[in-house]
Design a protein around this ligand. Structure first.
Ligand SMILES: Nc1ncnc2c1ncn2[C@@H]1O[C@H](COP(=O)(O)OP(=O)(O)OP(=O)(O)O)[C@@H](O)[C@H]1O
Ligand SMILES: [Mg+2]
Length: 510
């Protein structure tokens, strides 16, 4: 269907068109050149009226409405259209810009459903549906799962805008393909996700597998308490790690330091006492978290399943240590598997996972922060750089993109970005993504819940979509305070009534 014509000065990347109806911003159009069909995206849309061009007062404005109504030619619809590339190349994921700008007079038309589907709903293997195009609702929006496992994914948005919903959706899709997903669930958001092949694990830490610095972190020895840290390092010997009775052996070692008559050890006695207290206290306080007899934590993760690692009971520091541990072990396992599978390894290698894994880190600004180093950040950065070679994909999710390490963020090959208002966040996203998507990023403030800008390698073209809602996700929805208060009030009334009933009964019995 013809929509209009290219006018004025055109460029290889940009044309202006006059059209028969106003075009919506974000709408796709076809520019039909001699070299082939070009896909364009409406970036700006203007409507002007000749009758109102020179209006200076109310009466003139009132008269102009009548003139405008009669005159069919009164309205001018102008659209600024960005050129995305040749249609046939775009369906192969290549954006080829024409060498010669579209000549003024070139026809602009509406793309057929089929033409848009070639680009946005690829039927190739590995592409799965995650929603529909925001401005062309009948077109399914599909993404290439292979690309997020090989080149990583960032999901960024303000709180409550649909990040976890998208994570659930992607997870569900990978689950259907019997792939392995691991979600580090810091807010206990996914344990009630009602999909098949789910494996919920309450994350624990095996203190035997840590080094002294990590143990000091999980025991929550203060950052600056250098002497206490030194005491722990002395006490946390190989024989403690290998002892059947881990805690008593550690306590024995500390007792030895406390009682030592050696002059140097005497100096640190006070700190040693304190560490003794900390270790004793930790056994109660962290009974459910620190378990020397749990064996290898990785063995709880099941291949071919959606593994939800519930880290909500862990403190931030403990979660950080746990995360670093898992990430390090997973990378090692996938490395060993790849070396063995490609026959590159001379020695026998043991590995658990035979196929690629997708790991999702929620609250990435906590674990992969911009302004300081954490061990989780170290391993996440390593996976971001090397994971591709070994089939270990990383998904990082955050509502504070400005506080996520830019190094790691810019290693993400694809992004889903939902509503974001803060300019710092937008700037960080613009630095982490390619410059082509800046135009879409400027639209971030106006998105609604579940709307997302998709950029990067998992789509053929940057696109604006509405993500499907995952019905199997029970948790995470906004709580209605008003409802809850009303219910609480009702419960109170019932409680009062029943106690009054009891009191009256008591009185009667008297
Ligand atoms: N695509 C969608 N369509 C309709 N509703 C949605 C969509 N995505 C999310 N929602 C709704 O928005 C609410 C918040 O979604 P979600 O928990 O995914 O947000 P979030 O970005 O993860 O928030 P937080 O930052 O708090 O973790 C939920 O109640 C969910 O039902
Ligand atoms: Mg969430």
């Amino acid at each position: 269907m013809s929509l209009g014509y290219v006018i004025g000065e055109s460029k290889p990347t940009f044309v202006t068109a006059l059209t028969s109806r106003p075009l919506s911003v974000g709408e796709y159009v076809i520019i039909d050149t001699n070299e082939g069909k070009i896909l364009g995206l409406v970036e700006k849309s203007k409507i002007s009226s000749a009758a109102f061009a020179d209006v200076r007062n109310f009466d003139e404005a009132a008269e102009s409405t009548e003139i405008a109504e009669i005159n069919k030619r009164d309205k001018t619809f102008t659209a600024n259209i960005g050129i995305l590339g040749f249609l046939d190349k775009l369906s192969k994921g290549q954006s080829i810009i024409p060498a010669i700008p579209p000549i003024p007079g070139t026809e602009i038309s509406q793309p057929s459903k089929n033409e848009l589907e070639l680009i946005f709903s690829s039927s190739k293997e590995g592409w799965v549906k995650i929603g529909s195009l925001l401005r062309n609702k009948t077109i399914e929006a599909k993404i290439n799962l292979d690309k997020i496992v090989s080149r990583h994914l960032g999901i960024l948005a303000m709180t409550g805008m649909g990040k976890s919903n998208l994570v659930s959706l992607i997870t569900k899709q990978i689950g259907q393909l019997k792939g392995t997903v691991i979600i580090f669930d810091y807010h206990n958001d996914y344990t009630s996700l009602n999909i098949p092949r789910i494996n919920v694990i309450d994350a624990k830490i095996n203190p035997r597998l840590l080094d002294a610095d990590q143990l000091s972190e999980v025991l929550e020895i203060r950052d600056g308490a250098n002497v206490q840290q030194r005491v722990l390092r002395m006490a946390f010997t190989k024989s403690v790690k290998e002892s059947k009775e881990f805690w008593s052996k550690l306590e024995n070692e500390l007792e030895f330091i406390v009682n030592a008559e050696d002059k140097k050890l005497k100096e640190i006695r006070t700190s040693a006492f304190r560490v003794q207290d900390i270790v004793e206290e930790a056994q109660n306080r962290f009974e459910d978290i620190l378990d020397p007899d749990m064996g290898d934590p990785i063995s709880f993760i099941k291949e071919g399943k959606t593994n939800i690692l519930n880290i909500s009971e862990l403190s931030e520091k403990q979660a950080n240590v746990a995360l670093a541990f898992y990430l390090q072990q997973l990378l090692k396992d996938r490395k060993d598997a790849s070396l063995a599978q490609h026959g590159k390894s001379k020695r026998e290698r043991n590995y658990r996972f035979h196929s690629p894994i997708f790991v999702i880190i929620e609250e990435a600004h906590v674990f992969i922060p911009k302004d300081h180093d954490t061990s989780a950040k170290y391993w996440a950065a390593k996976i971001a750089r090397e994971g591709r070679k070994f089939g270990l994909g990383l998904g990082i999710v955050s509502q504070r993109p400005r506080s996520v390490d830019l190094n790691v963020l810019s290693q993400m090959g694809s992004f889903a970005i939902m509503k974001i208002i803060q300019e710092d966040d937008q700037r960080q996203i613009a630095s982490a993504t390619e410059s082509t998507s800046r135009e879409l990023i400027s639209q971030l403030t106006s998105l609604n819940v579940g709307d997302a800008v998709l950029v990067g390698q998992w789509t053929n073209l940057p696109s604006l979509v509405h993500v499907d809602e995952v019905k199997e996700k029970v948790m995470g929805s906004d709580q209605s305070a008003v409802n809850a208060w009303a219910n609480a009030e009702k419960m109170n009334e019932i409680a009062v009534e029943s106690t009054q009933g009891l009191i009256q009964k008591d009185l009667l019995l008297d």
